[in-house]
Design a protein around this ligand. Structure first.
Ligand code: AMP
Ligand code: MG
Length: 410
């Protein structure tokens, strides 16, 4: 590859791209039930307290705590049982001195009672009388009104990406609709005369399309809707016309392959022809993934990914995922979280470039180790066999065996 690039560090390259996009986020009103992984466009506060009534956390007896003070196995407190709290309903009555009411986990504490004695701490004398074998303090074994969340309390800021427990928490408060960032339509074009559809049996010299699908997966995980536009031949006219209609029908365009600087590489020319300002960055200081193109065409981002699948995925993780998150008004979280592990091998690098290395994780005697999956960058199975990726930072000469490294999980 000729050294014709003016390569930018990835951080600067991403900034150059994001600086060309406006801050506005397109939003939509969505059923909370369908809002998993979507980004909130509104700040939410609790419309009411949770729980809205005091609840028992145990099966047992609702009592006045003071009636149990001093109770022990040898000197129990005697209480009379005046009824049972029906689940999902109120107990008709008040717990008076030396009285108890049967209550189950989640049941409403009846008026008059201020604690629950676990059934295991009682002895039944007959149908209407119990002995309490241990004292309880006021509030023991129960949840107070608003102990989970208080009315008016802040729940989430705009930009929060909704997780499964968040959907449950919203539903608990009756927030059944939310304003979230509209799903972004991301068109993917694969180019390459040698690339054929996975359904086909490749002829001599041909390969099946990997990138359309791997990149579509990343897009779907980042709140986007991947629109696969198929495989386009390596001619300027066919690529430009496919790219133009793809961009018209979507919010952003991804072109796989043809992103380098040889005469066979058409992506940069096509992005420049699609609209202003066109290519902003051509070449980033990343390995794998140097032949990367970041552009904006009349307000819509266009990204040219290197054709080789591992490079394509690394670059998509560095630029496409943060771009999608930013267009939804969200911070960019690590894909599946980040963990720390010890490196099993030395890794050398050169300063001035970020290196991304696939690793497998292994537990040895209680410690987590990251073992590099070495392989040429165009082998998709180096990535398939890995569980995450580590980065050798821009200015580093490499990493040492035994060093603690951050592993970004796939
Ligand atoms: P290019 O970026 O066009 O120079 O392609 C780099 C390498 O990636 C070549 O070996 C291509 O055959 C391969 N490649 C290009 N597109 C794809 C694709 N969609 N799936 C798998 N490999 C690809
Ligand atoms: Mg090519």
């Amino acid at each position: 590859m000729p050294e014709m690039f003016k390569v930018l560090p990835p951080g600067e390259a991403l900034k150059a791209l994001l600086d060309h996009l406006g801050p506005e986020v397109r939003s939509e009103d969505l059923a909370t039930a369908e809002a998993l992984d979507r980004t909130l466009c509104e700040k939410l506060t609790a419309p009411s307290s949770l729980p809205s009534f005091p609840r028992s956390t145990m099966d047992g007896y609702a009592v006045r705590a003071e009636d149990t003070f001093g109770a022990t196995e040898s000197l129990p407190a005697y209480l009379s049982v005046i009824g049972e709290v029906p689940m999902g309903r109120i107990f008709e009555g008040v717990v008076g001195p030396a009285q108890a009411v049967v209550v189950y986990t989640g049941g409403m504490i009846p008026p008059g009672a201020d604690a629950v004695v676990m059934v295991e701490r009682t002895q039944k004398l007959d149908e209407a009388n119990i002995e309490v074998l241990r004292a309880v303090a006021p509030g023991e074994n129960m949840i107070q009104v608003g102990e989970d969340v208080k009315e008016g309390e802040s729940l989430f800021d705009a930009g929060h990406i909704l997780r499964p427990q968040d959907l449950g928490g919203l539903m608990a408060l009756g927030i059944t609709r939310v304003r979230v960032a509209a799903a972004l339509r991301a068109a993917i074009l694969s180019t390459g005369d040698e690339v054929v559809s996975p359904e086909q049996i490749p002829g001599p010299g041909q390969i099946r399309d990997v990138n359309s699908y791997a990149i579509a997966g990343l897009i779907a995980r980042s709140g986007g809707i991947p629109l696969l536009q198929g495989i386009i031949k390596d001619t300027y006219e066919s690529l430009l016309s496919a790219a133009r209609s793809a961009l018209n029908a979507s919010d952003l365009l991804v072109i796989s392959a043809g992103s380098s600087v040889s005469t066979r590489d058409l992506t940069a020319d096509v992005i420049n022809a699609l609209g202003k300002p066109g290519v902003l960055v051509h070449g980033v200081a990343v390995r794998p993934g140097k032949p990367t193109i970041l552009g904006v065409c009349n307000g819509k981002p266009a990204i040219g990914l290197p054709g080789n699948p591992v490079s394509a995925m690394v670059v998509a993780g560095l630029f496409l995922t943060p771009l999608l998150r930013r267009m939804q008004g969200a911070e960019n979280p690590p894909a599946r979280g980040r963990i720390t592990a010890r490196l099993t091998h030395n890794i050398s690098s050169v300063p001035g470039r970020e290196d991304y290395i696939q690793v497998r994780l292994e537990e040895r005697e209680g410690d987590l180790w990251a073992e590099p999956v070495f392989g040429k960058s165009n082998l998709i199975y180096t990535m398939v066999k890995a569980e995450g990726m580590i980065c050798v930072p821009l200015d580093s000469n490499g990493l040492h065996k035994g060093e603690l490294v951050a592993v970004e999980l796939f």
